[in-house]
Design a protein around this ligand. Structure first.
Ligand code: HSE
Length: 373
């Protein structure tokens, strides 16, 4: 395998290092903005040097972001090159453009490192799908948010202190609003649910609520009632209906999510025969992420392309009811079941209602109560 590597940042450099001694795959050209000299590869500022090199069969995209990553990957597919990417925003946003095109062009496409970093989550979903129907996916998919929530809960840090630490430790995205507003988790949910259920979800109907408005008083309220708060994604396939959303959620001490520390992820699937399987590990960082990029390259060598056939576009139905902790904003009096300090606990309302309400009350904080999952 002769690889054209796009980007030489955290992930790209890791991929170069992990492949340098291998005989079965070799990074031959690196696209990089900086002037750089590498012992085993040519460095170029021009993507065309990779696109027009017929000896390069695989493009590893490690530049991140949507543009020019999309244009490069699109052009590489049209040129018949296989793709490996760690870019969840790219795959989630352009699922309907890139996957059918890859199928049409007969090229292989993998993105295991895009969800869960070094956890073999998407590759395991592929194996699970061979045997059974996946009815639920989701969990703690963002290390930055888990770090913030865990530090507020266990160490009593303020939100801002915990976010600054997460940034200093290199967990956060370049723009941390992507993490704290739940967008990073949203991307990871879309990729996971599409693969798990073999469909293309209508992403315009998948809401995301983040953690930017959480305060110490919320964390104290949760502790007083025996809960911790985690940012989690949920994707459900039941009776031909699909629901999907991202939101802060409370967990009691009997649930594994309760003890997930620092920047770790805990991602779960429920299969109709195997039941619950959860995957725990570091969801970010150079070597965990580069490890799964190289695993994808090894899978391409065995002829394994995308995890499932591109599936039909399906609507998202978030009408199922949940109870919410709500602080701030003006929640309707007739939908209040309890009061916790300055906050209320709602009567059951649909996920759709709660997220719509939050859009109109952007300074409020909401978290879903446990449902007896
Ligand atoms: N910012 C992400 C996180 C990095 O905190 O999990 C990995 O996608």
């Amino acid at each position: 395998m002769r690889i054209g590597l796009l980007g030489f940042g955290t992930v790209g450099k890791g991929v170069y290092e992990l492949t340098s001694a291998r005989k079965d795959m070799q990074v031959v050209t690196v696209l990089c903005r900086r002037d750089l000299t590498l012992p085993d590869a040519t460095v170029t500022h021009s993507f065309d040097d990779i696109l027009n090199d017929d000896t390069i069969d695989t493009v590893v995209e490690a530049i991140g972001g949507l543009h020019p990553a999309f244009e490069y990957v699109h052009a590489a597919i049209l040129a018949g090159k296989n793709i490996v990417t760690a870019n969840k925003a790219l795959v989630a946003t352009y699922y309907d453009d890139l996957l059918p095109l890859a199928e049409k062009m007969g090229v292989m496409f993998r993105c295991t490192a895009s969800v869960g970093g070094g956890i073999g989550w998407l590759s395991e979903l592929e194996r699970v799908r061979r045997i059974e129907t996946v009815t639920r996916v989701g969990g703690i998919m963002n290390g930055t948010c888990n770090y913030i929530l865990d530090s507020m809960t266990r160490l009593g840090l303020t939100y801002q202190e915990a976010l600054t630490q997460a940034q200093e430790l290199g967990y956060a995205e370049a723009d941390p609003t992507t993490d704290v507003d739940g967008i990073d988790t949203w991307h990871k949910l879309i990729v996971s649910a599409n693969i798990a259920f073999g469909v293309s979800l209508d992403i315009s109907r998948i809401p995301a609520a983040g953690i930017r408005n959480i305060k110490a008083e919320d964390v104290e309220n949760f502790k007083d009632h025996g809960y911790v708060c985690k940012l989690v994604s949920t994707g459900i396939h039941q009776g031909g209906r699909f629901s999907a959303y991202v939101q802060p959620t409370l967990f009691g001490s009997s649930e594994p999510e309760y003890i997930v520390p620092t920047n770790y992820n805990l991602i779960t699937l429920v299969g109709n025969t195997s039941g619950r399987q959860s995957f725990f590990g570091q969801g970010a960082g150079r070597y965990p992420t580069a490890y799964n990029v190289v695993q994808d390259c090894a899978d391409l060598l065995r002829g394994q392309g995308f995890y499932c056939p591109y599936g039909a576009k399906v609507p998202v139905d978030n009408s199922s009811p949940l109870c919410y902790y709500v602080r701030g904003g003006s929640w309707p009096e007739d939908k209040i079941a309890d009061r916790w300090g300055n906050a209320i606990v709602s009567a059951p309302v649909s996920v759709e209602f709660a997220h719509h309400w939050l859009l109109e009350n952007p300074d409020a904080f909401i978290a879903a109560l446990p449902t007896g999952r």
